[in-house]
Design a protein around this ligand. Structure first.
Ligand code: KIV
Length: 246
């Protein structure tokens, strides 16, 4: 699974055979210029999810429920998810939280909406984490995470993202669940892996978490291309004869 926030990028991943595209609330930092996922609104996810759906024909598109659109209870979650399915055309939704989100998951699943869970580091709770990246360290926290994973599965989720979880715990949770786990910073034994596309393709500036692998250097490539364009306009090399209408 890769994230995408626009039709063109999503079409590239779709054509490359990526089976699941997440219109994640990481759009906050990666696309909308916020400094976290917290300010992202349902309207923003709706617009960008609809674009991703229009740009793809094969992948399952998962729309993220942003902060404040499901925490109030199952009815609020169902209302938000219904909008994402009806108006944006996503095939599934994702939300954060274990036992605390189980009633919401059950309600959406009973209404026919496929739901993906998200445990471990759940960025919408950034203000409650106090700066710890890796989650589930220590016996009590590990038991709690396993319990949350079971609660999400029992509520009817079809898959669970595990973010920033020690490898051995992710392996244990993956073995304990019948539904697939999708790891991000959770080691190689998860059933699938997800990365934020701007991280994976080298577009995100600055230092990235240890769990990210960059597959290309898009920021350098785009910067070089932009500088070449500007230089050629200044020098007169662009536009050349072949770029002009006669
Ligand atoms: O919003 C997002 O992109 C995510 C991934 C990091 C899994 O939740």
């Amino acid at each position: 699974m890769l994230t995408a926030y626009d039709a063109m990028t999503a079409s590239v991943f779709d054509e490359a055979g990526i089976p699941v595209i997440l219109v994640g609330d990481t759009m906050g930092a990666c696309h909308l210029g916020y400094d976290s996922t917290v300010p992202v609104t349902l309207e923003e996810v709706l617009v960008l999810s609809a674009a991703v759906v229009r740009g793809t024909s094969r992948a399952l598109i998962v729309g993220d429920l942003p902060f404040g659109t499901y925490q109030a209870g199952p009815e609020q979650a169902l209302r938000s998810a219904t909008q994402l399915v009806k108006e944006a055309g996503v095939g599934a939704v994702k939300l954060e939280g274990g036992e605390r989100s189980a009633r919401q998951i059950a309600m959406m699943v009973s209404a026919g909406i496929p739901v993906m869970g998200h445990l471990g580091l759940t960025p919408q709770s950034v203000n409650a984490f106090g700066g710890n990246l890796v989650q589930g360290r220590g016996e009590t926290a590990a038991r709690r995470l396993l319990q949350d994973a079971r609660a999400v599965q029992d509520a009817g989720a079809f898959a669970v993202v595990l973010e920033a979880v020690p490898e051995t715990l992710a392996t244990e949770i993956t073995a304990a669940l019948d539904v697939p786990t999708v790891g991000i910073g959770a080691g190689p034994d998860c059933d699938a892996q997800v990365l934020v596309w701007t991280d994976a393709m080298g577009l995100t500036p600055g230092r990235l978490p240890r769990f990210v692998k960059t597959y290309t250097a898009l920021r350098d490539t785009l910067g070089d291309a932009a500088r070449a364009f500007a230089d050629e306009v200044v020098s007169g090399a662009f536009p050349a004869a072949e770029h002009a209408y006669r």
